[in-house]
Ligand binder design. Structure first.
Ligand code: C2E
Ligand code: MG
Ligand code: MG
Ligand code: MG
Length: 282
């Protein structure tokens, strides 16, 4: 997992890395102002339904357009925000934009689901349930149109509080997706315990499908397993037509990846939605 690697690198005392850490710290000092000032914005990557070939939703992905440093990866600032108690502010910012956007699209009469990533840190705070509930109410989005993406390790904290929080979210009708599935422990026990409605197969397996038989098998058996447990499956990182076709044969429910669309500003996504059927048929 990229976040774990990043965390490990932080602990090394290599001068270049130290500079890297200092750079991240200096960024953190500006995180609050960057959120308030609109430098941190949300990109939306479309998800396509395999049956209808229409865009059925999107994943919200945080972006930082820094005036001097340029585009900063969420891999850099999300982990830093987690480690310095800024993750709640960042999460609320993303949730608010994503839920507003999803409500707007659903008001057009389209069935549209929005996915937001949650890190382990925020799953530790039971207040998150009422925070999300009030954001949903403010924008008038039905809870079933919101999906919270969590990794297995984020959901399986030793305290068990994360599972309880996710169960409370489920009780409200919010969907839960296991992100980066296959990269964590992926035990059947965890799969049963996490109250997920969806399993999101990690990009590393999906992108290797065309070259590696074992990755293809892994994806195929994950789809079968998820379905037997009554969960839907989305594959992330779909870049090739061949992969899309293979996933369709395997009965994958939804797909996401550069082939369908890159993460984009809301205005672009909004313009894409009414025309997507034509694009995919062409
Ligand atoms: P993720 O949730 O697994 O998101 C998928 C990542 O894969 C995104 O990277 C996306 O741009 C990228 N991706 C999607 N399709 C393709 C493809 O076809 N090919 C390739 N090569 N890449 C593809 P991104 O936007 O850089 O985000 C990285 C990670 O940062 C996310 O991984 C997520 O864990 C985290 N992140 C992003 N936004 C947020 C946020 O608002 N809150 C939290 N807690 N984490 C976030
Ligand atoms: Mg995700
Ligand atoms: Mg993922
Ligand atoms: Mg990932």
């Amino acid at each position: 997992d990229e976040a774990v690697e990043e965390g490990a690198r932080w602990k090394e005392y290599d001068p270049a890395k130290l500079q890297d850490a200092e750079w991240k710290l200096s960024l953190l000092g500006r995180l609050d102002a960057a959120i308030d000032g609109g430098e941190i914005w949300v990109a939306y990557q479309p998800k396509m339904d395999m049956k209808t070939k229409a865009i059925c939703g999107a994943e919200a992905l945080a972006r930082w357009s820094h005036p001097e440093k340029g585009e900063i990866s969420p891999q850099d600032f999300v982990l830093a925000a987690e480690q310095h108690n800024r993750i709640e502010k960042l999460t609320n910012h993303v949730l608010n934009d994503a839920i507003r956007v999803a409500a707007e699209i659903n008001r057009r009469g389209l069935d549209f689901d929005m996915a937001v990533n949650l890190s382990a840190r925020v799953l530790d705070n039971p207040d998150l349930v009422s925070t999300i509930q009030s954001i949903l109410a403010r924008h008038g989005l039905e809870p079933r149109h919101l999906t919270l993406e969590v990794t297995e390790s984020a959901a399986m904290t030793s305290s068990g509080r994360s599972i309880e929080l996710l169960e409370n979210m489920r009780a409200l009708g919010i969907q839960i997706s296991i992100d980066d599935y296959g990269t964590g422990f992926s035990t059947l026990e965890y799969l049963k315990k996490i109250p997920a409605t969806e399993i999101k197969i990690d990009r590393s397996f999906v992108s290797a499908m065309d070259k590696s038989q074992s990755d293809k098998l892994m994806v195929n058996s994950t789809i079968a397993l998820a379905h037997s447990l009554g969960r839907t499956v989305v594959a992330e990182g779909v870049e090739k037509e061949d992969t899309l076709r293979a996933l369709e044969e395997m009965g994958c429910d939804r797909v996401q990846g550069y082939l369908i669309g890159r993460p984009m500003p809301y205005e672009k996504l909004s313009a894409l939605i009414p025309t997507v059927k034509a694009i995919m048929v062409a």
